[in-house]
Structure formats: structure tokens, C-alpha cells
Write a protein that binds this ligand. Sequence first.
Ligand code: SF4
Ligand code: SF4
Length: 453
Amino acid sequence: MSLKLPTFRGGIHPPDNKAMTAHKRIEAFRPAGDLVYPMSQHIGAPCAPIVKKGDKVLAGQKIADAEAFVSAPVLSSVSGTVKEIGMRMTISGSMDQCVVVENDGEYSYDATLPPHDDFKSVDPKECLRIIREAGIVGMGGAAFPTHVKLSPPPGKKIRWIIVNGAECEPFLNCDNRLMLEQPEAIVGGLEICMHLFPDAKGIIAIENNKPDAVACIQERLAERDGSMKVIPHEVKYPQGAEKMLIYTVTGQEIPPGALPADVGCLVINVRTLFHIWTAIVDGVPVVDRVISVVGDAIATPKNILAPLGTSVRELIDAAEGFTEEPAKILSGGPMMGISMRSIDVPVMKGTSGILALSARSARHLEESNCIRCGRCVTACPMGLLPSSLDRVVRLREYGEFEALGGMNCIECGSCTYVCPAQRHLTQTCRDGKAGVMAARKKAPKAEGKGEKK
Ligand code: SF4
Ligand code: SF4
């Protein structure tokens, strides 16, 4: 009898397409071109440059920062000279202020962050300071500053630290390979988090299509005291979403508008843990990340360790280029990835994959009328009614969208994936959320005007 693995309601089972890079070791890459660092690589206040044109910089040196608590500094990933500070296109297609560094190829290192042989001797407040100074953000894609995540509001007791090793997005293997190649740093990063929250249990959640990673982490935990354990999860998308992980590990649902800390949880990605370890123990900040360069239009799919700021074009060249003109190039995976307008843009802290699909693989979504089949409702992991949300957004009835719980949409793409009418359900949910936010911004002004009368 097979043991039932933890899971959640709804969700979908797209082909995982992991085989292209699942067994490929991470390859370090050194770019030849300029490195470009956008000032908004995280959720929160954008940074401002603290260097100017002509300045010499070292790898690991802070080049931009912000005073706001919810922000994270940007560090140079190479040594060289600041060539320009100006507006450039980013991977999302928007324009942002960027620091451009001409690489001298030396990789001379800035040693501002001190190493620590014994992290247990480092005061928790000092750990949080180092995590901030190292520029660490959620490396699973959300890019929420990690020092903020590790500073829950007073009175919130953290009982579970849930490590997200699910990597449920098809095609991507950057977290899988990191668990296989750096398990000690990941487990060490979790131990540092448990040093910050000594009453918490450490749970490492890994989808069951990564048996080697499960075994590798379990082997490391066997040498520890039992306060951490691996829980293999059913392979189902979007298992790696924060709310899904909290539900499958603890059985708790997060009420609308509440935070994981409100139910005693912190969810943290495996690469984020890796950086917490290297920042505190080795004194090495976030200057690079693993990116799966993959898809049927890529000649030699690879998992590449790239300095942040590297051009996507150079990464694709490192994977031997395209086999044919891709019909679609995405930053991230096929479910939540962002369609790219150009490959002459830099990789950022949250870039987990570059996916290039041929015309045979890319879906061309010609919409037709809803046939009321209900598949989107069955697939929605948040228990929403995507077809109804779609209808009210198209009518611009944002109040109704909110009343139907549309703000709880996690934009996972499951409804769009299953819809036989190819309705752009996830996009209309995004539009609905933007419409509600715009209406909320206008509301106080309207009330203010009313009071004056
Ligand atoms: S994108 Fe939103 S509405 Fe669609 S399935 Fe995901 S959570 Fe539900
Ligand atoms: S899956 Fe598509 S066709 Fe079916 S109910 Fe939902 S929106 Fe309508």
C-alpha cells in the first residue's frame, strides 16, 4: 500500500518537463559583456545608486541601497568600472534605473562582510543585519527582502519554518540541482533560521519527483538532532505556493489578508537558505544565482550559475544558442513566467529560468466563449470561481471582483491551463487586482473631496 503524500485541494498536473536539465550539474559562467544592475530587484522601495560613473568597484561591493526597511541593497557581481547610470529595459519589459559595470575579468573581491566559524555565536540581530547587507531576498522568484521576512511583528510566534524545495514549475531545475550539490549549505541556512526562532520546527518540503534531492537532504539531516525533517509532497502544481505549502505541512489555511506569521509559519526558498549560510558563515553576499536555461528551442539546456547582471543573450549563447527561432521566451517557468520582449536584458535576483519554446510547444491562446464546463473552478487551488471573476473584470465591476474574493488569487495560472475555451483567466485576475488597487487609491481622495463640501 502506497503512503498518501500531503497535498491541497485543486491544482493541476502539467507535464513536468524536468528531464532536460534534471541531471545536469550546475555550470559556473563568466560573462564577457557589461553587467547591468536594476535598482528594483525586490519587493519594496527601489534602491538608489551609491556609486557614480568612473568609480572602480569590487565583486560583492554594495553599489545601491535604500533607507526603507522593506528593501535590499544591490551588489556588484564583478570587479570593474562603473560605465553608466541610466534607464535600461529589465527582464519584465519595464524600464528601470540601472548601474552598468564594465567587467575587468579579475573578480577581485570586497571583504566587507566578516565570516563566522560558529553562527551560533552571532547575535540574532547581527544575523539580520548581515542578511540585509548581503542583499538577500526570496530567491524563489518573489524577491521579498529576507531580513523583513525574518522579522515578524512582535507577538507572532514562529512554530514552523517551511523550506520550499518543491520547485513545482515545469522545466526548472535550479532548486533541485542546488539541493543535490549544496545540501550542507541549505541545511546550515535552515539551522541559522532556527537559531533566530529557537521554538520552531524545520520542515523541508520537496515534491516527490525529486527522489535524489529528498535522499540527499535526508542524509544530511540524519547527522542532526531531529528538529528538522524532510516531507516529500505529491507532485501537483502549484505545490510551491506559500499558502499551499502551509496547508500541506500544518493543515492551516491563511485567512484573506493575513500573513504566514499570523499562523506561526515562515516559508523560505532553498536558494535563500543557501545565501543565508554563505553570507553569515563565509561572508559572501548575493552576487550570483542558478538559472535553468531550457526549452525545446535551446540547443543545449543547462543549469547555469550566472553573476547577477549578466545579459540573457550571453546565457543563451552559453547554452549553445537557439535550435530555431523561438516562438516565445519566458523569464521563469511556463506557468508563472513573464513573456520577454528582449533578450538584451540582465538576470536579476529573482530570475529562476529562461525558457525558450518553439512554435510547436508555445500555446497560442485564441479565446472563445466560456462553455461553463467548471474545469477552472475545480483547478483553482484558492477555491475561487475564475470564470465569474473573468466575467466581472471584463465588465469592469471591480467591487464585485473583490466581493468574489478575487484579491486572493495567487496568479498561479492553473485556471488558464485547463480552460478549453483558452480564456485568459489569469490575466483578467491580474487586471482585476490592478483595478481594485487603483480604485482603493482613488477612494480616500474622493472621500476627502466629499468632506470639504
Ligand atoms: S490564477 Fe487565480 S483564479 Fe486562476 S487558478 Fe490560480 S488562484 Fe485560482
Ligand atoms: S474552464 Fe473556461 S470554459 Fe470552462 S468554465 Fe472556466 S472559463 Fe468557462
